[in-house]
Design a protein around this ligand. Structure first.
Ligand code: 13P
Ligand code: SF4
Length: 352
């Protein structure tokens, strides 16, 4: 539906009044009505880099989810304030690994005698506490666009990787890009004693995967792929690496949101595409490429409900508050946590 013209006008006016004092970042999963006001759009990696490279903006308004705003706060100067227009915009995957659970897991690895040879690699989609744990133990952060490089780096530092919190990105990258076997990977369940694993299993594993996942991408199944191939002969199936291993394996192409956008830009007119990622992005791609057939991989509607919490009313409220001299919904990371998280994020930004 078209946005309320009054709200559009208010957003325009507030943004114009703030000028260069505000910089608005929009993740590709954001609603159209929000993306319209973003100064830059991007995947998690690009947005982290863009936030870090905007020292002149007093306020960074992050239209995305909580862990992205935290990362922006860690990477920007202390004089800059990062604002999340709705504090309820979290990420269920990031919530699947808590600091206590991860500390307990490290104790398990220590007792098994393997902590010294294990390098933690944490997906950007994690809390600042998890990033700090990663930095403290010599590991790196990765995103879906640099996971292969991050894992290659990690295996140069140690024999094993503890991958947090997305089992699918970890498994897909380890097996498909680094050539590990599925048997080299074990799944650590934080809700079971010892992660549900024996000491022998831990010692034999090369990749210890945390049992986390994205509920949005988890809905795509092998049936979604088979079904779309039957419905649309010649279709190219393009999915995000947060999808399950068997879905990625059955797809033609896999990559981050930025990769998906570039693949469509480069595609031939008349080509057919089924995209396995969040629906706001897929709908925008379908609109941007009327010369191609672009469909959502599954028949069910599949938004990321927390990304969708940032809507035009929240954005207008945040911008107008700034105009009025109030700074709402500031995301601040504890300095000690920020120090170690930054070490892990800087390692990612320095990956070759
Ligand atoms: P990217 O934009 O980095 O591909 O990540 C997708 C995602 O799930 C962000 O929450
Ligand atoms: Fe988290 Fe999945 Fe939403 Fe991304 S799409 S923010 S991983 S729940």
């Amino acid at each position: 539906p078209a946005s309320d013209p009054d709200l559009v006008e208010r957003a325009r006016a507030a943004k114009a009044a703030l000028g260069d004092r505000v910089f608005i970042l929009g993740h590709h999963y954001q609603r159209d009505e929000v993306i319209e006001f973003a100064d830059v759009t991007g995947d998690s990696f690009k947005l982290a880099r863009d936030a870090a490279n905007k020292p002149e903006a007093e306020y960074i308004v992050f239209c995305g989810v909580h862990f992205m705003a935290e990362s922006a706060d860690i990477l920007t100067s202390s004089a800059q304030q990062v604002i999340l227009p709705d504090l309820a915009a979290g990420c269920s995957m990031a919530d699947m690994a808590t600091a206590e659970q991860v500390a307990e897991c490290w104790d398990v690895l220590t007792e098994a005698g393997i902590a010294d040879v294990t390098v933690p690699v944490s997906y950007m989609n994690s809390s600042a506490d998890i990033k700090a744990f990663t930095g403290k133990h010599g590991g790196t952060i990765c995103t879906s666009s640099n996971a292969e490089r991050a894992l290659t780096w990690a295996y140069e530092q140690g024999e094993k990787v503890l991958f947090l919190p997305d089992q699918h990105l970890g498994r897909n990258t380890a097996v498909r890009d680094l050539g590990l076997s599925l048997d080299d990977c074990v799944l650590y369940n934080p809700h079971k004693p010892n992660g549900g694993l024996t000491v022998e299993q831990l010692r034999n594993a090369k990749m210890i995967l945390w049992r986390g996942h994205c509920s949005v991408h988890g809905r795509f199944t092998i049936d979604s792929v088979n079904d779309v191939r039957a419905r649309i002969p010649g279709v190219n199936v393009l999915v995000h690496p947060e999808c399950k291993y068997e879905v990625v394996d059955a797809a033609d192409l896999v990559g981050s949101t930025e990769y998906i956008i570039k693949a469509l830009d480069a595609a031939e007119p008349g080509s057919k595409w089924a995209i396995g990622t969040e629906l706001n992005l897929v709908r925008r791609l379908a609109k941007a490429h009327p010369d191609k057939e672009v469909v959502f991989l599954d028949r069910a509607v599949c938004f990321c409900s927390t990304m969708n919490r940032i809507d035009l009313p929240h954005l207008v409220w945040a911008l107008e508050s700034l105009v009025d001299g109030r700074v709402p919904n500031v995301i601040t990371v504890d300095p000690e946590v920020a120090k170690y998280s930054k070490a892990a994020l800087d390692r990612m930004l320095a990956l070759p």
